[in-house]
Design a protein around this ligand. Structure first.
Ligand SMILES: Nc1ncnc2c1ncn2[C@@H]1O[C@H](COP(=O)(O)OP(=O)(O)O)[C@@H](O)[C@H]1O
Ligand SMILES: [Mg+2]
Length: 266
């Protein structure tokens, strides 16, 4: 079995007396691309914060890229993790150019603080902009982009440094249908490249699972309802246990659709 990139063992995160993560054990291995699915408040963002070493568990253990949180200095590990989230996006200055937003990831800072970049970094940034269909926007200011373009910039920034683990917190939230589909296709293309890192993507909707993703973790009230390979885990029963109502689910060409089941006459 391939190496574990992220390993959580009986993890509890307690805040204001409540368990917002409640006994989660979960392993993400090299080459796997996970979706974390659950209702608002289920604890999805909190799990990503643990994975990004921004938060330590109250009890239980978290190992990220072979390092145990709380036991080692996590600064080095953090440089090997890419994160795109709305919290991250809020820290990007609206008047920074797209090229600089991506380029500054090389220095793990938001906001340009160093005038001289290595040419090799700029080459890499321009390559990433091409990959995420942003090259025509390189000189545009971040604040002037559409939601879909801003999301792609956030991901481009997160992959700029070739992370070992890529964390995406609701990358398709608030996008219109066209922008969502463009982004999902780019994620599919990216996941097919050689040397793609392990990916964990949080979403609310099964329709937003990109083709090429492999596993799902279903979360309810901080607890793992089910986890495993997509096809065997995304079942009617598991979705009902996650969302609290009967849900019909179907796969069409590697994509998923779900809806509440009509009540049956009794
Ligand atoms: N800093 C905090 N202090 C107290 N409660 C929090 C904090 N952060 C999140 N929570 C609560 O923990 C629960 C899980 O939050 P979160 O991980 O953001 O859920 P999700 O991303 O699945 O919507 C929510 O009920 C939220 O209100
Ligand atoms: Mg969240």
């Amino acid at each position: 079995m391939s190496t574990a990139v992220l390993e959580m063992n009986d993890v509890v995160v307690r805040r204001t007396g409540r368990h917002i993560v409640d006994g989660v054990s979960w392993t993400v291995r090299e080459g796997e691309r996970w979706v974390v699915l659950g209702a608002n408040g289920a604890g999805k963002t909190t799990l990503l914060q643990l994975a990004d070493t921004l938060l330590f568990p109250t009890t239980g253990t978290v190992d990220v890229l072979g390092e145990r949180l709380g036991r080692t200095n996590v600064f080095e590990v953090r440089t090997m993790i890419g994160l795109a989230s709305s919290a991250m996006a809020r820290r990007i200055p609206a008047d920074e150019t797209v090229l600089d937003v991506v380029l500054t990831a090389a220095y793990a800072v938001t906001g340009r603080w160093r005038e001289e970049y290595e040419g090799v970094d700029e080459d890499r940034a321009r390559e990433v902009l091409v990959d995420w269909q942003l090259d025509h926007l390189a000189d545009r200011l971040f604040g002037t982009l559409s939601d879909g373009e801003q999301k792609r910039v956030q991901i481009a920034r997160a992959v700029m440094t070739d992370p070992e683990l890529l964390l995406l917190d609701e990358p398709t939230a608030s996008l219109d249908l066209g922008a969502r589909e463009v982004l999902l296709q780019l994620l599919t293309d990216y996941s097919r490249e050689p040397n793609t890192p392990a990916i964990v993507m949080v979403t609310h909707h099964v329709e937003e699972i990109p083709v090429g993703f492999t596993h799902v973790l279903l979360l309810r009230d901080g607890q793992a309802v089910a986890q495993g390979p997509l096809r065997e885990t995304l079942t009617r029963e598991n979705l009902q246990a996650t969302f609290g109502l009967p849900i019909a689910i179907a796969e069409i060409g590697g994509r998923w659709v779900a809806r509440a089941e009509a009540p049956t006459a009794s």
